[in-house]
Write a protein that binds this ligand. Structure first.
Ligand SMILES: C[S@@+](CC[C@H](N)C(=O)[O-])C[C@H]1O[C@@H](n2cnc3c(N)ncnc32)[C@H](O)[C@@H]1O
Length: 284
């Protein structure tokens, strides 16, 4: 096992490398996290110390070692219809309202973004709601292909899982009532469940870093950026929410995680209560 206690300044180097790669700032007090998540990767790389390990990561032109570091140091916790309540607001109010804009010809497409989508449960929860609204006649006259769902994450490992739409027994049980499993998933090999292809194909997954220019994604009617900004420092949060405001349409909405608010960014966004939950409209 790689010994992180030998040289604290080396741990600082690693911490800086992670922060520069994905904006996640983990101080040296999180040594146990570096040990648990990177110890084996460092040992397997053959590097004798952390500077050599970072040099190897920088020298790898295909970025495979860097990807492994990012995969390991990011937290991918996610589940279906996470926090329940805002999803009720989406189902009852927001998605039917967006559907009626399409029906009336006021919009030709509705664009939805799941930023930092992890293994796909978040954007697929939207696709499930849309399919179910359609099946229940609440999107009559609306073609589901008019909804474009884009989802991105920095972590290649989770994106691979997301694009397959295949989940273990544990993953499928987290937040997903039986009704959805029975109607929209198929049992597959090794005790897994795979989302039906018509639902899966509604989501386009991309690899993207929240540090990147987001303008190339186009503009959105609804942006979900949930449970990721909590890992970022204030100045980067500010920069991120400014850039998200730029790609949110004037009448669009931003959906945050259940415990997140935009209190420090009230000049950018104003809260709007819909059903029992808060969404955000941009001010600028
Ligand atoms: C805790 S998960 C949240 C997933 C989902 N949004 C949810 O609320 O259930 C955080 C995700 O953010 C991704 N992430 C972390 N830093 C990122 C960055 N700089 N750019 C893009 N994605 C990032 C991680 O890979 C991880 O999948």
């Amino acid at each position: 096992m790689f010994d992180f206690s030998k040289n604290p300044s080396h741990l600082a180097l690693l911490s800086r490398y992670v922060a520069e790669s994905c904006c996640i700032h983990l101080g040296e007090e999180k040594r146990y996290l570096f040990e648990a998540r990177l110890g084996t990767i460092i040992s397997e790389s053959g590097a004798s110390d952390i500077p050599e390990f970072i040099a190897l990561a920088n020298a790898d032109s295909e970025g495979r070692l860097r990807d492994k570091i990012i995969d390991s140091m990011t937290t991918h916790e996610t589940y279906w219809f996470r926090d329940a309540r805002p999803w009720e607001s989406l189902e009852k109010f927001i998605l039917p309202e967006l559907g009626s804009l399409l029906r009336k010809g006021q919009k030709s497409h509705i664009r939805i973004l799941s930023a930092a989508c992890s293994s796909g449960q978040e954007p697929y929860s939207i696709a499930l709601l849309l399919n179910n609204l359609k099946a229940n006649g609440q999107l009559e006259g609306v073609n589901l292909s008019s909804f474009e769902i884009t989802a991105f994450d920095i972590s290649p490992g989770t994106l691979l899982m997301a694009s397959m739409g295949r989940y273990s027994q544990l993953e499928i049980s987290r937040g997903l009532p039986e009704y959805w499993k029975n109607n929209y998933f198929e049992p597959t090999l090794s005790n897994t469940w795979t989302l039906k292809s018509n639902v899966r194909s509604m989501v386009t997954f991309k690899r993207k870093n929240l540090q990147d220019n987001l303008n190339s994604l186009g503009s959105f009617d609804l942006i979900l950026c949930r449970n990721v900004a909590i890992y970022f420092e204030e100045h980067f949060k500010r920069d991120l929410f400014t850039r998200l405001a730029q790609i949110l349409l004037k009448d669009g909405r931003l959906m945050l995680g259940g415990t997140e608010t935009l209190l420090s960014h009230q000049d950018l966004f104003q809260p709007e209560q819909i059903g029992g939950s808060f969404f955000y409209r941009k001010k600028i």
